[in-house]
Ligand binder design. Sequence first.
Ligand SMILES: [Zn+2]
Length: 411
Amino acid sequence: MSASQCRFCHAPLQHTFADLGMSPISNAFLKPTQLNLKEPFYPLHAYVCGTCLLVQLEEFESPEAIFNDDYAYFSSFSDTWLKHARDYVDEMVERFGYSGSSLVVEIASNDGYLLQYFVARRIPVLGVEPAANVAEAARKKGVDTLVKFFGVNTAKELAATRGKADLLLGNNVLAHVPDLNDFVAGMKILLKPDGVITMEFPHLLRLMQQNQFDTIYHEHFSYFSLLTVEKVFAHHGLMLFDIQQLPTHGGSLRIFARHAGHVGQVSGAVPALLAEERAAGLERISTYSAFAEKVRVTKRKLLRFLIDAKEAGKSVVGYGAPAKGNTLLNYCGVRSDFIDYTVDRSPHKQGMFLPGTHIPIHEPERIFRTRPDYVLILPWNIKDEIIEQMSAVRSWGGKFVVPVPEVTVMA
Ligand SMILES: [Zn+2]
């Protein structure tokens, strides 16, 4: 049993969802000079609240320690993600008719990967981003960006100085918020009376169905079903009026919300997905408890594959250095004894080492020089993009492997 309380309803957390042992913070990449230093590990243990059924990690570290200036993730290094952002902007402008007199605010706007497409249409934007180095990259793209954590205080300040938002969006931020109630209350404050909120986050139902336990990492505090996110928004006077199911991150939800009491249609997609979640057992604790064993089976299968490959004299390298890869490799105890190195397109990660496992990160071209037998794709959510970029691997008989939902050598 944890000593923590639910970050939404404050009930004590008693039920385990997945216990992944001790792990370093997944974005704590190491420089060569740091390899011999002490490295902090924290429990990576997800609980489900017995009262409101929110799946969550207990609090263990301040957000400032997680999102420091070395935060290495720049959204603009994934082609798939940039296309996703551009399509979203096109769709929102068409559906809600934003113009030069609108204000679009993105929370956790990263390097301006999305707002740049509103800027290109001359629609006023403001990004709110806690990581100073990525915010600086956004400003260089002409995306006005405030370096701050979002919550009630930031919302009040922005409402007074910049005005309220017609569109308030956040992609993959809701799950990363330590103080969930303060964050959602802040959105309520910053939203115009007829404004629209959209939020994207990995969908818990898909995480469970597809065995995506590696998407559990320390920066990712909450794991939402539609059932729980609707409860959280309703508590803060916001109502969901539409949802879209997206393929990103292995299955994400995009929710559309507005002030409760606002007149207007609610899409039939909302009650339909709520019914699907109930049918899948997401209102019962036993459904969550069953997930823990599924995780242990996956670990054994991955280790069996790696042991067999090494005993057959095969070489294995990784592709990518995403947070989910660090969860997987640390949980499974896979180090450079199994995986010679990994590669990443981001120059900010090249020359660094993965936290915990100390696997070196090189540039992708290294794979063409060393010609490994297997390339283990860590960001399996963009495996099609990677297999296409790296198709030359097949010229020497190299094979791609994905670890989730279970270890699979790609045909
Ligand atoms: Zn709760």
